[in-house]
Design a protein around this ligand. Structure first.
Ligand SMILES: [Zn+2]
Length: 257
């Protein structure tokens, strides 16, 4: 299976997963149909499945148009998003397994950004290979999603589940927010040398208009403040006494950044 990163709108990424042997493809979070149809045409692939992480229009806005072209395609999303995802045929819960091309994906329930948000985790095909995580607007490179429908407690639990995945997991997040996220991160975790080095690399990449997604979970664990709410330095910086309070204050500061 090959993963193609497709840019959409001003800063969204849509992912087209191509099963070359079968000539079939799946798509994750098609906010816009046009760039997906273009990619499928270039690949010569038939779309068989749409995987949505949550109901926001920049993630599901292309579902209907894709279904007009590929009426047989199945549409997967969270059980609690029933009625909010156009064309949804499969209603998924924590621990469900779904076939994505030639791989099996585990469904992880990650409420917080929305109350129904799910992520898809594909374990490595072979022991030395990468795992793949499609996490929508829950975890970003250097940051996390805003809390539109969930509480800090929920988001800490959701991010905690993602943090338990292996370091060798590629994180395919749905927006190019990395530079802004890392500029914020250094204001709260300024003594973190790995973070400072990462900011320089991302500044250089963005100056040349290069994408910073996917990112690696191991690096996120070292540099993303929204996975580091239990670090003493961050608790101190937020003048907080609990992990949830640290997270809530970090998220509040980022909302105003
Ligand atoms: Zn969203």
């Amino acid at each position: 299976m090959e993963i193609h990163r497709v840019a959409a709108f001003s800063d969204n990424y849509i992912f087209v997963l191509h099963d070359i042997a079968q000539g079939q493809a799946a798509v994750v979070d098609p906010g816009d149909a046009e760039p997906v149809l273009q990619t499928l045409k270039e690949l010569g692939a038939t779309l068989t499945a749409i995987f949505n992480t949550h109901h926001h229009s920049d993630h599901v806005g292309g579902n209907r148009q894709l279904l007009e072209r590929f009426p047989q395609a199945q549409v997967y999303g969270g059980a609690e998003d029933r009625g909010r995802i156009p064309g949804q045929t499969h209603f998924l819960q924590e621990g469900d397994w779904v076939q994505i091309c030639d791989r099996q994906a585990e469904v992880i329930f990650v409420p917080g950004h929305t109350y129904a948000h799910i992520a898809y985790y594909l374990a490595p095909a072979t022991p030395n290979d990468w795992g793949e995580l499609f996490c929508g607007d829950t975890l970003f490179a250097g940051g996390c999603g805003r809390l539109f429908e969930g509480t800090p407690q929920q988001m800490v639990e959701s991010l905690g589940k993602l943090r338990q995945l292996p370091d060798t997991t590629r994180v395919w997040c749905a927006h190019e927010y990395t530079l802004s996220n890392l500029k914020f991160a250094v204001t709260v975790d300024g003594t973190n040398a790995t973070l400072q080095q990462r900011l320089k690399q991302v500044q250089a990449a963005r100056a040349q208009d290069q994408p910073t997604v996917p990112t690696e979970l191991g690096l996120e664990k070292q540099t993303n403040p929204f996975l580091r709410w239990d670090q003493a330095s961050l608790q101190q910086a937020m003048n907080s006494t609990s992990t949830v309070q640290t997270f809530a204050r970090l998220r509040g500061k980022k909302d105003l950044f």
